[in-house]
Design a protein around this ligand. Structure first.
Ligand SMILES: *Cc1c(COP(=O)(O)O)cnc(C)c1O
Length: 951
């Protein structure tokens, strides 16, 4: 008898990782939805006219081992040097405890944006630490929970200054000492809004009466530290707003912007433990005076109370302001940089104020020694007062010295054609300084600079304390740190515990193999402005990924610059705008946007200088074609673009999409297709074929970059060939729009995740994922359709990759709100679906391909049990005011405290779906939103509160 070997491949990635349902589960689910096969279901769901003709073909899928080898080989083509290039990007040490327990921990990186505060208390606490840290360091009253990068934060600050300034001017002043990319991004932002810029020396060229605001860099890009107190007073006298772009590490030693009178401070917290990563991701910050807090862009975490009156955190004020204010929104920020803000905040918790000052002091003294050595060697060194950056006059020898430094493995910066800039950081070693001196032609020993003096003038030295809160003074034993981080993540519900069925957000698996490469130094430690030949691996990856994304979308060219979906929208609209302008169509500024669009669409259009004309939506969720046609005709001469989402935000493959494209083109406009729903299209239909001209792709939705609790993201845009010359540039001189992000390839260091996904799935695997995503959504729709109304199905009765359940009837019949259902799902061990978007009072569910039948069934049981509870209220068997839905979520407090409810503890705490032994208990009861906004507190509450709070 011979041994029989199985043909089954245990390493087959597509089957074993990303596709949740097993083959037998797929068969059972097809049965439930009444489809003969997966292909029959897709034929039934996706209109034939838009189906992709040729399958995605890019060779055999790679196994995990193969892809890791491939990523390693590619990594080897990146050359990790000691980059003393500065300009807002610095070497830093990520404490290993933070790397292992946050960056590489799915409990942190797979979490969603904290819109459901009860299951987000851990990351909300980390973010409030972050806000406290930023407010303290900048000397301002209130800070937000992160922005995308320093340059876009400065542009946001300019826009905010314009909103709040009483000056009538439309001119903005930019310190010429701002980092070059900051000036570039500000220029891009100002131009379509009709604002003019004056770039100059704030001490010589600034006329406060002629500007609505000014941004000053501190320290300047070439190292200068100035006291801006008088400049700011001058601005204030003229009703103009003062913005300071400041390095937070420098602020531990320097007088804060707040003490100088600044209204707004912005900057990046990259050097608080987040590797440079060829430009990102890192968390930018913004802090403002209390008076401006309601005008601040981005998300803000605030303190409030829960139903028991215990302290709880939540997103405050403008949480989803784009959705409410749309084209009047103050900014389009949606995905920000939560994971990086968490890391930066933990760096501050880990080191405390003492540690941060010590790190800054060492950095400063290294810079001082460096300057002293160079002076010994006979060089003129600027400036007198500096923190970490100096500029050396080298005359004709610039090339020779930079070349010699390269030979030592060190990157130095060209400043003009006769100077060299050098910035030292936390990583700079004695040997590096000695190598720099050698490159400048001298042999000096580190010890010979022992006499170097600090170069921070007395008047600029920081005298005010910071990070006084006890959280920054906890015992620094790694034991304590590990447990603090663990305690916070245990409070939260992320993908590592349960399905997160968030419509439009595509919370799919972030496979471990995809995540590994981002920690490798060859990706993490490349400076974005390093010479191109040191980033050949990045180039290879970016080219190949771009090529694959072109094949997926049917576009001809990709820009990797936008670092979020909303930034992609903005970049895409700027591209359309530049195309119109190049054709002399300066009048084309109208953008048609269906009322069902995501709030970032109108906000981005407004930022791109366009006038938003809303288009109606038919009762079935489709774009109202008659209204669309009429508005296109009315605005024909001025039509710039339309923005549509496909499949629609209602989760349906509209039959009308090609017609919308045709009408837009007929009237001379361009079609922006919001690609957030690409998970329903990959491999079966392409935006480019449908007739769109440009789209963004949310790599943090469709292509497996984790959400990180609200960022990072990547929102590259694809365009048709005619738009390619008008994609955003970076330090561009060829007439294309300027930069939209600080770094040329946005948050480049997370691209290996999406690349690995594409390589491991292959074209066939990606197509299979799309089909299963559609199957999973249809399965849920069928299983729940007798209990809830499924809104919006196609003519054939199918949904796309998500489905919307109408819960409004339950409000009528049982007084059960959509909120009650969302919170009751927490008791069942789930994160709620997207709530009240795109339609108020509904839940939008997107299971993605990654969820197995078992998990989806668990979710369906929970939803059915919730319906049964509502039924019990309707039937008079349950108290309409005191019931498990109203009282959800139930906490351990409920379980052990006095119990006076008309239902038992078991019913309250262990509804269907919940696990018995590994039950997820929300750490707080239902959070009071109104209280938090009325009593706005956005920094760490006093420690006495911590002791009382239930841990
Ligand atoms: C997520 C989303 C966006 C915005 O993307 P961000 O990356 O969060 O900026 C835009 N449109 C739709 C339909 C989305 O779902």
């Amino acid at each position: 008898m011979s041994v029989k070997f199985s043909a089954y491949d245990p390493y087959d990635f597509a089957n074993r990782r990303h596709i949740g349902p097993s083959p037998s589960e797929i068969a059972a689910m097809l049965d439930t939805v009444g489809a003969a096969s997966l292909d029959a279901l897709i034929d039934d769901t996706v209109p034939g006219a838009i189906r992709q003709k040729a399958p995605l073909a890019w060779g055999k899928p790679m196994s995990e081992r193969e892809v890791l080898d491939h990523l390693r080989q590619t990594a080897r083509q990146n050359k990790v040097m000691v980059s003393l290039l500065g300009q807002g990007y610095h070497g830093t040490i990520m404490p290993p405890v933070i790397q292992r327990t946050i960056l590489e921990n799915p409990a942190w990186y797979t979490a969603y944006t904290p819109y459901q505060p009860e299951i987000s208390q851990g990351r909300l606490e980390a973010l409030i630490n972050y806000q406290t840290m930023v407010a303290d360091l900048t000397g301002l009253d209130i800070a937000n929970a992160s922005l995308l990068d320093e340059a876009t934060a400065a542009a946001e600050a300019m826009a905010m200054a314009h909103r709040v300034s009483k000056s009538k001017s439309t001119t903005f002043f930019v310190d010429r000492a701002c980092h070059r990319q900051t000036i570039d991004v500000i220029r891009t932002r100002a131009e379509p809004l009709g604002w003019s810029l004056v770039v100059g020396d704030p001490f010589a060229d600034l006329d406060p009466a002629s500007v609505f605001g000014a941004v000053l860099q501190y320290p300047g890009t070439n190292g200068h530290v100035h006291d801006f107190t008088d400049v700011i007073a001058g601005l204030h006298a003229a009703q103009a707003i003062a913005i300071v772009a400041a390095d937070p590490l420098a602020l531990t030693l320097l007088k804060s912007p707040g003490e100088m009178g600044a209204d707004i401070a912005v900057g990046t917290t990259q050097r608080f433990g987040v590797p440079v990563g060829y430009g990102g991701p890192h968390a930018a910050y913004m802090a403002v005076r209390d008076a401006w807090k309601r005008s601040m862009p981005g998300r803000l975490v605030g303190v409030t109370v829960d139903a028991r009156g215990n302290r709880a955190y939540r997103l405050a004020l403008q949480t989803r302001e784009q959705h409410i204010r749309r084209e009047k929104a103050t900014s389009n920020i949606c995905t920000a940089q939560v994971l990086l803000a968490v890391i930066a905040s933990m760096y501050a918790v880990f080191h405390g104020p003492e540690g941060l000052r010590a790190i800054a002091g060492r950095v400063h003294m290294k810079a001082s020694r460096l300057a002293s050595g160079l002076k010994t060697l006979g060089f003129a060194v600027e400036p007198e007062a500096f923190f970490d950056t100096i500029t050396v006059a080298v005359g004709e020898r610039q090339n020779a010295i930079i070349g010699a430094a390269l030979g030592e493995g060190i990157n130095l910066r060209r400043v003009g054609d006769d100077r060299i800039g050098i910035t030292v950081d936390e990583l700079t070693r004695q040997a590096n300084l000695e190598a720099v001196w050698r490159a400048f032609g001298g042999t000096l020993h580190y010890d010979s600079t022992d006499g170097a003096e600090p170069a921070i003038p007395e008047a600029l030295a920081r005298t005010t304390p910071f990070l006084e809160h006890p959280i920054f003074h906890m015992n620094r034993a790694e034991t304590e740190m590990t447990r603090y981080i663990r305690r916070l993540s245990d409070k939260d519900l992320a993908l590592d515990r349960a399905m997160i069925p968030l419509g439009s957000c595509t919370m799919k698996l972030n496979a471990t193999a995809e995540m590994l490469a981002i920690s490798w130094p060859e990706y993490a430690d490349i400076h974005p402005f390093a010479p191109a030949d040191q980033a050949l691996g990045y180039k290879l990856m970016i080219d190949d990924l771009s090529d694959k994304l072109c094949q997926v979308t049917g576009y001809d060219s990709i820009s990797m610059q936008p670092n979020s979906g909303a930034q992609g929208e903005y970049a895409g609209l700027l591209t359309i705008r530049a195309w119109h302008l190049a054709r002399g169509d300066t009048q084309r500024t109208v953008c048609l946007i269906p009322t069902s669009a995501h709030g970032t669409n109108p906000a981005s259009a407004q930022m791109a200088g366009m006038t938003v004309v809303p288009v109606g939506t038919r009762p079935n969720g489709d774009v109202d074609l008659d209204d669309f046609r009429a508005k296109a005709e009315t605005h024909s001469a001025r039509l710039a673009a339309c923005m549509i989402t496909y499949p629609s935000t209602h989760g349906v493959f509209e039959e009308t999409a090609t017609e919308v494209c045709r009408i837009t083109h007929e009237h001379g406009g361009q079609v922006y297709l919001d690609g957030a729903n690409l998970n329903a299209l990959v491999g079966i239909a392409r935006p480019g074929d449908i007739g769109a001209d440009v789209s963004h792709l949310n790599l943090h939705k469709t292509f497996c970059i984790p959400h990180g609790g609200g960022g990072p993201g990547m929102g590259p845009i694809g365009v048709k060939a005619h738009l390619a010359p008008f994609l955003p540039g970076h330090f561009a001189t060829d007439g294309r729009p300027g930069a939209v992000s600080a770094a040329p390839y946005g948050s480049a260091s997370i691209l290996p995740i999406s690349w690995a996904y594409c390589l491991m799935m292959g074209g066939e695997g990606l197509t299979q994922a799309t089909k299963i995503a559609i199957l999973n959504a249809n399965y849920i729709a069928v299983r729940l359709k007798d209990a809830y109304d499924v809104l919006y199905t196609s003519a054939s009765g199918r949904v796309a990759h998500e489905c919307i359940l109408d819960t409004r009837p339950l409000a009528e019949s049982a007084g059960v709100s959509v909120d009650d259902i969302a919170k009751r799902l927490i008791d069942c061990g789930f994160h709620a679906p997207t709530m009240s978007w795109p339609v108020a009072g509904t839940l939008m569910i997107e299971p993605t391909e990654s969820e197995s039948k078992g998990e989806i069934d668990r979710f369906c049981s929970a939803m059915l049990a919730i319906r049964a509870e509502a039924q019990a209220i309707e039937d008079g068997h349950m108290d309409p005011l005191n019931n498990p839905l109203r009282n959800a979520p139930h906490t351990v407090e409920d379980l052990v405290g006095a119990w006076d409810r008309p239902y038992d503890r078991e019913t309250g705490c262990f509804p269907p779906g919940s696990f018995r032994t590994t039950k997820y208990f929300a750490p707080v009861n239902r959070v009071d939103n109104v209280y938090g906004d009325r009593n706005l507190v956005c920094s760490c509450p006093p420690m006495s509160d911590y002791a009382e709070a239930a841990e």
